[in-house]
Structure formats: C-alpha cells, structure tokens
Design a protein around this ligand. Structure first.
Ligand code: ADP
Ligand code: MG
Length: 680
C-alpha cells in the first residue's frame, strides 16, 4: 500500500489542458491524423527553417513529442535527401533503432529496409535506396572508420543525447569536428531533458529549439517502508491497480529479461487463480533480446474493456513511447556497467536510479491524461538516497573499446580529445595499458597491425583479440561460434519456473568439463547437427530465437574473419588450443583458487565466485578464466573455463611474470581440486 507524499515537482503548473480523445476516437485516427496530433507537428515549418539557417541545432522536447519519428520525415519532405544523400539518426539502444525504423517505414508506407532502414551491431537492414537510416550510436561510431567525413549523409541527428552513452558522448566530439570540414552537413542534437544548455555550449553556442511539452499531472505514491522483493511488489501493485483503478494501461520498470520473465510468470499465475473474477489483463514484455515481432506488440491498441501492462527495462524510460500509459510502477533500479579502476574490474550490477530517471519514469504516466506513479521506495529514500543525475557512461565504464576505435580513426591524442565530460584520467590510462598488453598498441601508443585488425570487429578488444588468436591456435571455427554464443549471452538456456528441474537437467547435458565456453560450443554444434531444428531446441530447453541470432552473428563474424584474412579452420580433437585462444584475449580475467575453495583475481586479489549456473561450479579448478562479472550479492564470474597458468606466460608475457603465477598452495590442495595438470 502507498501513501501519497509528493506531487511531481513542477508538474501541476506545466499543464496545458487540451481536449483529450477517447479510446475509440483515437483508433479511428489515420496515420496522417496521428502525425498531426503530435506536439512537434505545429513546429514543423519553424523547425525546418531553423535547420536551414543553422548548421548545428539543439532540439529539446518532452519524450513522446515526435522528435525521433517525425524529424527525419520532415527533413525528407523539406528536400534534404534530394541530392542523393541520407538522413541519419542515432539511438543509444538497439531496440529503439529497430522499432522506430519500423514505425517510420509504416508511416511512410514503404517496406522496412528500403527507403527507411536501420543498422545495429551484426545486422544491417538498409539498402541502396535507404534515405532515412536509424542506427545505434555504436554503429555510427564504426561508420567513421569507413567514411570519416560522413559524406553520404546530408543530416545527422544524434538523438536521445541525454542518455549520455559512451558512444553518444564520443560522437559529440567526432561530429563537431566533421561539421567544420563539411559546412553542408546539418547536425541536430536532440534530447528529452534539460541538458540542452550544456549541449549548446559544447557546440559553440548552437541555438536551442524547444518543443513545448504536453504533460498532464502525475500523482506520485511512495511505499511506507522499503520493499524486500521488488519484483514481487510489482506483481502485487499491478494486481492492485487492475482491481481497484479505472481503466488505463500500466508500465512497469524492471532491470532485465530475467526479472521481466519472473514478473510475467508470477502475474500469469495469479491471474489464472483469480479466473474470470477480473477483467482481461494483457501482459507484454519488452527488453533488448526480445524478438522484434514481440516488441512490436506493445504498440497494439488495447482492446476495449481490457488493460495492458507493459513490463519493460529502462528502454521505456525515454527511448520508446507507449501510448495510453496511465499508471507507472517504478521499483527504482536499473542495470549498469561499472568499471572500478582500482581493481580493474568491470561488472554489471543493479543500481538505484537517479532522481532525473525517476522523474522521467513518472512522466510516462502523464502523456495522454492525468496519471499515477507508484514508486516502490520511500519518499525519504527518493529525497536523500537517489543521486540527482545518472553518471555518464564515459565516467564509469571500461574505455578499451572506445580508445581502440579512436586510435583506429587516427586520433592519437586522447587527453586533448574534445569530450563533453572527460573520462577519469586513470581509466584512460588503464585502457591504454590494456590495449598495449593485448598487442593493439605499441609502446608509443600507436596502433599496431594487430590493433588495426582488432578494430575491424564490432566487439570489445578482448573478444577481438580472442578471435584473432584463433588463427594461431587453428580453431577459428570454434572460437567464432563461441563468440557468437557469448554475444547472445545468458538468453540461450530457457528456464521456465514450473520446469526448472527439467531445464537444469537439460542444461547439464551440455556441460563440458573444461568450462562454459565449451558448453556453449556444444549447444551450437549439436543444434547445427540437427540442421538448426526448432523441435530440438524445444526438447532441450534452448531458446530458439537466441540460437537463430547466434547463427546470424556467427555469419557476420565469418565475413569479418575473411576481411582480416583468417581462414576458417576447425580443431575438433581437443580443447586446449581453443582455451588458449580464449586466454589470449581474456588474460585480464583470471582468478586462482585460494584456501577455503574461494577465488581471488590474480593481479588485484579481489574475491570472486563461480556462478552457480556454471559447469565448473562444483569443480573448483585451480586457475579459472571468466568472461564477465555480474554483481548481485557478490561478484559472480559468469561463463568460466579452466586454464593452466603457464598459458598466461605464453599468451601475455608482457603482462604476467612467472613469479605471480607460482602456486604456493600446491601441496595443500585436496586431490579433487588439483585438476590443473589434467591433460585431455
Ligand atoms: P520522441 O522521440 O519525441 O520521444 P517519438 O517520435 O518516439 O517521440 O514518438 C512519437 C509517437 O510515435 C508516440 O506517440 C509513439 O507512441 C509513436 N510510436 C513510436 N513508435 C511506434 C510504433 N512502433 N508503433 C506505434 N506507435 C509508435
Ligand atoms: Mg525519441
């Protein structure tokens, strides 16, 4: 239960009452009418005039006002594609790029991938005919490698600038530079929130075009005490709303796929038990790995008499706008990557959101009518515990990838690169050191041939190095498969709540004693042997869609391997070479078994734990390599393999000294764990 504590700051006085359309009337609107009803529409001509008059323009407007879907169309109509050049628009999120492109294609009555298309990592849905191209910010970043002056574009829109992702931040510096050499290139920086002034200053006092928002009041409710289990609290809140509140759709913010699935199952469960006593409740998830046809469902109008509840990651905070949301449930958390420069550890963790985020989330309830936002935390906590703003990614994540890309673009002096907010000096230095240890930079900090090849791959430098190392260890087929499987990640194994035992048994059948990377390889190869069968996936609790994506990614990677002239060869007899290739990339991620069966990272002596889902959870090999860290109650290593310490001297002689790898505990280890000398 909630107490009403605060009004949303400033929301009351911002209201501009406008006659609202009923559900039924809404549905009758044609696409043309819908377009005309968006807040941006009355400003179309003024906006186009401003674009003609200024090279760089900052655009600020409330989420849902039509910036992302309309501006590229306005530009097209205004003639910015007449000279055969494209309009580009970046999005921080993959899902948004795909979804928005699909919507705009529909609005323009063209087939997605023709005049309107999108490009995301490992997927290019554009053609020769494409004139409006949505892409992730990371994809545009890579495009600079092949087209440093963005010659094929007449306008570039850096959208959702307020999200301040690493790639968006770096793009600011890159496009600002390009604009000087290309006076004909128009640059639009579009943002949902109040950072416009800061962007304007960065772009030499570029004018700000403000689209007045339409926002209805949103009442904020807080819990009296902190919630122990916020997923459960979400379920209860949704049901409470459904039973007690007038019709109107609900938006729930969760941190990721797993939580969303748990919440969905629990909701379905309870609804089933309530039976016909309650109205229809349509539950729709949306997260990055959800296939696009399923994502599109969130935009389907709710049937009369029913209610829709959308379970979303913070993709729905500003990137996607779902119409008719009246209720928002906000547990106050999001998943974030964090890099600790002291321990050199990067890890994914669930963290409290900022006040700015909380207010964005609440605002989603006030787009079409007065709404309500239920915060699953206390008013005190909002006031005293939440940070004002989210720290920009550039100041909290590992910069290895960004630095490699900038070096590949010929930008050598990173300290003086034009950053909107500079990264911490020590993270920059660590990134340079890491790239040096990987062989991507020489001791002058210049890109090596290896570095140039690494930059061809749209993956982080460690992964790129692992791919390149597969040449030496003659196992490119296997390493490419492993890379593809790692990139679709945890979503491969299906684990429905009511069949956990079966699912876990099925997963264990794929386990490989050398570790999880090899288990993933097993899954892929067995699937391939069934000729990519859906039925097989079903029987083995494997997510077919994830596998299909892995197959697509794999195909792309094979193409890139050809580009760097690595032959695809297979090494089936044993796994040592495969594991050495992995180690050549991930030698930063090594932990050793210490007394009491716990693991410590080699260089910084940090405690880490094998994830319970790992094949090696009960094995405890002496030396372990991990793919990533996930912090929940402690630092869990997800996807681990057993390695031998002497490989480290073979693959990273600059980084490891024999002394560091000595095993003083050798004799004291119980027999069962002394497996590091095992040969295959
Ligand atoms: P902004 O970028 O200013 O936040 P958008 O251009 O994303 O606004 O959204 C404008 C409108 O387009 C919203 O009403 C939104 O619901 C609608 N819209 C966006 N994508 C889709 C889609 N795939 N299907 C239906 N409507 C959509
Ligand atoms: Mg937008």
């Amino acid at each position: 239960d909630f107490i009403q504590a605060l009004q949303m700051p400033g929301s009351r006085d911002k209201i501009k009452k406008e006659p609202e359309l009923s559900e039924h009337e809404k549905k009758k609107l044609t696409i043309e009418e819908t377009k005309k009803s968006l807040p941006i529409f009355p400003f179309k001509d003024d906006l186009m005039q401003a674009v003609r008059e200024h090279q760089v323009l900052i655009i600020e407007g409330e989420t849902g006002s039509g910036k992302t879907t309309q501006i590229p169309q306005y530009l097209h109509e205004a003639g910015f594609t007449e000279d055969g050049k494209k309009i580009g628009c970046t999005q921080p999120r993959r899902v948004a790029a795909m979804s928005v492109a699909a919507r705009v294609a529909q609005e323009m009555g063209v087939k997605l991938g023709n005049e309107v298309g999108y490009a995301i990592r490992f997927e290019d849905c554009t053609s020769e005919r494409t004139i409006i191209k949505y892409m992730t910010d990371g994809t545009l970043h890579r495009e600079f490698l092949s087209e440093p002056d963005l010659q094929s574009y007449s306008v570039m829109i850096i959208d959702e600038a307020h999200e301040r992702t690493l790639h968006t931040d770096i793009l600011f510096g890159l496009v600002k530079d390009i604009a000087r050499f290309r006076p004909d290139l128009k640059l639009l920086i579009s943002s949902a929130t109040l950072d416009a002034q800061k962007f304007s200053e960065f772009f030499d006092e570029a004018p700000i075009f403000r689209i007045p928002g339409r926002r209805f009041p949103v009442d904020i409710y807080y819990t009296k005490a902190p919630e122990a289990d916020y997923v459960d609290a979400c379920v209860i809140s949704v049901l409470q709303i459904h039973v007690t509140q007038p019709l109107g759709d609900v938006l729930v913010f969760l941190t990721g796929q797993e939580e969303i699935e748990t919440c969905q199952e629990s909701l379905q469960d309870r609804l089933r038990r309530l039976g016909s006593k309650v109205r229809e409740l349509i539950i729709l998830p949306v997260y990055a790995n959800l296939p696009s046809d399923m994502q599109a469902k969130i935009f389907d109008p709710t049937p009369p008499g029913a209610r829709k509840v959308v379970l979303a990651t913070n993709i729905a905070e500003t990137s996607l706008t779902i119409d008719n949301i009246i209720y928002v449930i906000d547990p106050g958390f999001a998943k974030q990557n964090h890099f600790n420069s002291r321990t050199s550890m990067e890890s994914l963790m669930v963290v409290p959101i900022s006040k700015a985020s909380a207010n964005q989330r609440a605002g989603r309830a006030g787009r079409v009518a007065a709404g309500k936002c239920f915060r699953l935390y206390t008013a005190w906590s909002y006031k005293h515990e939440l940070e004002e703003n989210t720290v920009p990614e550039i100041q909290r994540i590992n910069l290895g990838n960004a630095v490699l890309m900038l070096k590949a673009l010929g930008i050598n002096d990173l300290v003086h690169f034009d950053f909107l907010d500079p990264p911490p000096h020590e993270t920059l230095v660590l990134a340079l050191e890491q790239l040096y240890a990987l062989g991507a930079l020489n001791h002058h900090g210049e890109l090596t041939k290896m570095g140039r090849r690494m930059a061809e791959f749209p993956v982080d430098p460690m992964m790129a190095k692992m791919l390149l190392a597969s040449e030496k260890y003659k196992c490119s087929e296997e390493v490419v498969t492993i890379t593809a499987m790692l990139s679709v990640n945890s979503s491969v194994f299906y684990r429905p709540k009511d069949k956990i035992i079966h699912a876990d048994t099925a997963r264990k059948n794929f386990y490989h004693l050398a570790g999880d990377h090899l288990s993933l390889l097993n899954v892929y190869n067995q699937w391939k042997d069934t000729d990519y069968s859906l039925q097989w996936c079903y029987e083995n609790f494997i997510q077919y869609r994830s596998m299909k994506r892995a197959r697509d990614v794999r195909e792309q990677l094979v193409g890139l391997m050809q580009r760097v002239e690595i032959e695809m060869v297979s090494n089936v007899s044993e796994t040592v070479d495969i594991r050495k290739a992995i180690t050549a990339g991930y030698f930063y991620h090594i932990a050793r078994l210490s007394k009491g069966g716990s693991y410590k990272t080699v260089k910084h002596n940090q405690s880490v734990t094998v994830h319970p889902n790992s094949a090696l959870f009960e094995e405890l090999p002496r030396w372990i390599l991990y793919h990533e860290l996930v912090f929940t109650t402690k630092e869990f290593m997800r996807q681990v393999i057993e390695i031998e310490s002497k490989w480290l001297l073979e693959v990273a002689p600059h980084y490891y000294k024999p002394k560091e790898l000595e095993d003083s505990t050798n004799k004291k280890m119980p027999k069962t764990v002394g497996r590091s000398t095992r040969t295959e």
